[in-house]
Ligand binder design. Structure first.
Ligand code: HT7
Ligand code: ZN
Length: 878
């Protein structure tokens, strides 16, 4: 497979101003007629006419005509990836007809069938599987699309833009024509045909235009769309208020499909969603699922400006739209829910997952320099770290400066395909800022380390912070230069109050919180007029995606966990304390010595449980021990058995010690009030179910009946699922079996609920998990052709059940490799994503490393491997 490099970017040889498409859909094939108005890119070529090379894959070419003259097959060349012909003029019409087989398309890229409906997924390079085209994001064209299909099976025919005409053909077929007035790249093209029901609403924009909002789902899901619709309307209002962005078409549509490789897709005016990111009802979806629907609906809607109106010049710039849009959706979620809890969840996810990617063989910059298969670069680095990079720009400029910058960006580049540099330049120009050094965040991979030390000089009343930054080598980047690291901080006195801040070059104290921009490899900031030795509260809100260390004592951490006025850093202190204690106990356990729990962790938890003024969601977050995945990420060589044992042991110790405090709180929260999706109700359920998880660990056994009752009587899926998880992870075999079979029987015709059922069992850490997963693969609700099922069973086992996946005999690795080889011919994108846990082999002991590498070698030796899987495996073995 060929590697593509950013440095080789060139403009296209031709532009396509107009794209007219007609889809003739049949049960076993589709005919695609395209008519393109093509113009020479004279800026690049003057008057010379190079060959026109269109991308195309898996297409049966039926005819080609140039300015209405049908071409002979000797007039053009076709190979597995392209159609090449020689134009005779600088401007011409090209008509091409192809035949494709959507029903045989198991890769779910291009035009495919999900159940009985036709749908598309064109990002990144799927349009070339529909027809021959300049399938690159810098070629923007106005699309007109006609869809023809049998009315009985496909009453709903959709594409981008506005419907402009429709009619009937003979024999029960009908057609609809859609016109999208906004030029767009082919990756934003979409088509849907099916028997769908419509949920409709409207939104009045800030300039008074009424927008027709439509959600299309399969009829049995009609009752599950209210939350998505509400989220959409709130997103539209929020984007007007916070970013000044108004919706532009007259109609905005969302369609839910069951077979989808990712979460959703922002096609212009016609977003296509994985049903898991649209459907939500209290009976069937957890609070987490509700939050995900809200966030994904918002994310795709926000792309209308950050991605569609202003798009990417090339796929190396993917983070231009994804990083910025993830930031926008997380700002939205923070505004809709608790800002601190939202940030805690985001940071927890980033640290356990993106940091691991940054430390592994697939590490790459936010703007990668090269790729083999672009689908492999829809990564946590491009999305989540990319969002952190834009967040830092926001922190450095402040909300007002950032908004000035984004206004300029949208004005300046509306209708263009641009680069990350263009984005940063707009922020610079609007604020008179210089982000030259800052842009290293886009080009350097790896998670920077920031070691901080503090020195108090009592006689001079100064406090100095010494920052030392470094960044470990990553593939292809052995040396790193210092980056700009914004450190939001305060100094706390002995009562936990923030002290006034005055830097040595300032004439007076101002405020009690600062953002220090660390730019050098080594840099000192000295505060003056510091009346007593302070305790610094550093990197508040996780103001930069770095690994920061400061020589806090455990007592310091307890103090910060109880007193830091910054909620995020209170949580951070309790997490860091737990990490330090767990790491220490892992060492003790490995040495074969008895374990003893540091009472300071208990002290922090006890204080939390006693404080009724705290947000229950925040208490739940603070009571959650660091995940096994995070502890693995932090280790040089992870002993997963020891980590698992010690973490479970600490959980049990905490449960036993705090049982008396936890019971009344659980009872108070278990108030059987009618279900509400409000933030306050979500927070109460979160704490209640965290407590239930602990109480079920107590040998008193008192919680079992209550847990079973919660499972049976819950009036919502959050409570029911939490009880099921607690039972499945307990040793009460009889109750566990009964609950699992009751659950499956009740929800067997709800695919998304069955996904939960699969994941809960796949992630349960008792011995025998692999066999359980293999048995579950035979369950009628499981399918290797549905990405949600693969993720919920095989993905959950390999990513969440670390102790079973990493069994010392290598059976977990062998199982995963077999599944990847089985899946690759069907769906290479999902096969490549499943590889992630095997790529992390450097984290484990030598014996496991050898077993994991042996499986990677077995995969790479297989014939006809997709470029997707080949790229990940070959890079992992270097
Ligand atoms: N922009 C969308 C990306 C996407 C995608 C990429 C590769 C293969 C399948 C895909 N489905 C959707 C999703 C988003 O970030 O909004
Ligand atoms: Zn996106």
């Amino acid at each position: 497979p060929k590697t593509i490099y950013l440095k080789d970017y060139e403009q296209p040889d031709y532009w396509i101003s107009e794209t007219h498409l007609t889809f003739d859909l049949h049960d076993d094939h589709a005919l695609v007629h395209s008519r393109l108005s093509v113009q020479l890119n004279a800026d690049k070529h003057g008057q010379a006419l190079p060959a026109l090379v269109l991308d195309g894959q898996n297409l049966e070419l039926l005819s080609v005509a140039l300015d209405d003259q049908t071409l002979e097959s000797s007039d053009y060349q076709v190979d597995a990836h392209s159609l090449r012909l020689q134009p005779a003029s600088a401007s011409f019409d090209l008509a091409v007809t192809t035949r494709i087989k959507p029903r045989e398309n198991t890769a779910l890229e291009g035009l495919y069938q999900s159940g009985a409906m036709f749908c598309t997924q064109c990002e990144a390079e799927g349009f070339r599987k529909i027809t021959y085209y300049l399938d690159r994001p810098d070629v923007m064209s106005r699309f007109t699309t006609t869809v023809i299909a049998e009315r009985g099976d496909y009453p709903v025919l959709l594409s981008n833009g506005n419907p402009v005409a429709s009619g009937e053909h003979e024999g029960g077929r009908h057609w609809v024509t859609w016109e999208d007035p906004f030029p767009k790249p082919a990756y934003l093209f979409a088509l849907v045909a099916g028997d769908l029901c419509l949920i409709q609403d409207s939104f009045t924009t800030m300039s008074g235009r009424e927008i027709d909002l439509r959600i299309y789902v399969e009829p049995e899901n009609r009752e599950q769309c209210a939350h998505a619709m509400d989220s959409l309307k709130r997103s539209m209002r929020w984007d007007e208020e916070v970013y000044g962005r108004e919706y532009d078409l007259d109609i905005f549509m969302i369609v839910a499909v069951n077979d989808f490789n990712m979460g959703a897709m922002e096609n212009k005016g016609l977003n296509i969603f994985n049903s898991s990111c649209v459907l939500a009802h209290a009976d069937t979806a957890t609070d987490l699922a509700f939050q995900r629907v809200e966030a994904v609906v918002a994310h795709e809607y926000f792309h209308n400006w950050s991605g569609n109106r202003v798009t990417c010049r090339d796929w190396f710039q993917l983070s231009l739209k994804e990083g910025f849009t993830v930031l926008r959706d997380s700002q939205f979620s923070a505004d809709m829910n608790s800002e601190t809890v939202n940030r805690i969840e985001g940071v927890t996810f980033l640290r356990a997952n993106q940091f691991a990617e940054d430390a592994g063989p697939m590490a790459h910059p936010v703007r990668p320099d090269s790729f083999i298969e672009i689908s492999n670069f829809y990564t946590l680095t491009v999305y989540e770290k990319g969002a952190e990079v834009v967040r830092m720009l926001h922190t450095l400029l402040g909300a007002e400066g950032f908004r000035k910058g984004t206004d300029l960006y949208f004005d300046r580049h509306d209708g263009q395909a641009v680069t990350c540099d263009d984005f940063v330049k707009a922020l610079e120009d609007a604020n008179g800022a210089d982000f030259t050094q800052f842009k290293r965040w886009y080009s350097q991979a790896g998670t920077p380390r920031l070691a901080v030390e503090g020195t108090y000089d009592a006689s001079a009343r100064t406090f100095s912070l010494l920052f030392r930054q470094s960044c470990p080598p990553t593939p292809g980047q052995s040396e790193k230069k210092p980056q700009v690291i914004p450190v939001r901080m305060a100094l706390l006195d002995a009562q936990g109050q923030e002290m006034p801040l005055q830097l040595s070059d300032e004439s007076r104290a101002e405020g009690t919180e600062r953002v220090l921009a660390v730019t050098e490899a080594e840099q000192i900031f000295t505060f003056t007029g510091v009346a007593e030795e302070p305790l610094p509260s550093l990197l508040r809100g996780f103001s930069a995606p770095v690994k920061m260390t400061y020589p806090y004592s455990r007592d310091d951490r307890v103090f910060l966990a109880k007193h830091d006025p910054d909620g995020f850093n209170r949580w951070e202190a309790s997490q860091a304390l737990a990490v330090e204690i767990l790491q220490g106990l892992v060492g003790i356990h490995r040495a074969g010595r008895p374990l003893m729990l540091d009472q300071r962790l208990l002290d922090v938890y006890r204080t939390l449980l006693a404080d009724s003024t705290l947000d229950p969601a925040m208490v739940a977050e603070m009571l959650r021990l660091p995940s096994e995945a995070y502890l693995v990420e932090l280790a040089d060589v992870a002993d997963i058995d020891a980590i698992h044992y010690v973490r479970d042991w600490v959980r049990q110790e905490l449960a036993v010690a705090l049982e008396a405090e936890m019971w009344p709180l659980y009872q108070a929260l278990n108030d059987q009030v009618p279900y509400s999706p409000s933030a306050a109700a979500v927070a109460r359920r979160s704490l209640k179910n965290t407590l239930l998880g602990y109480l079920m660990l107590c040998p008193s056994g008192k919680a079992l009946d209550i847990c079973v009752r919660q499972f049976v009587e819950a009036n919502n899926m959050t409570d029911r699922q939490a009880a099921l998880v607690a039972l499945v992870n307990s040793s009460h075999e009889e109750q566990k079996r009964a609950a699992l079979s009751d659950f499956a029987e009740r929800w067997q015709s709800f695919p998304l609920v069955m996904d939960q059922w699969f994941s809960i069992q796949a992630a349960a850490s008792q011995p025998g998990a692999l066999q359980r997963v293999q048995e579950l693969m035979q369950h009628p609700a499981f399918s290797m052709r549905n990405p949600n099922k693969i993720r919920s069973l095989i993905g959950a086992f390999a990513n969440q059940n670390l102790v079973n996946f990493h069994l010392a005999d290598g059976s977990g690795y062998r199982f995963l490799a077999d599944r990847i080889l089985q899946l690759d011919p069907l769906n290479p994108q999902i096969a490549a994503r499943l590889l992630t846990p095997l790529t992390r082999w450097r984290k484990y002991d030598e014996a496991r490393q050898a077993l994991m590498k042996a499986e990677l070698s077995r995969i790479i030796a297989a014939e006809n491997l997709s470029p997707d899987v080949y790229e990940v495996v070959s890079k992992s073995l270097v």
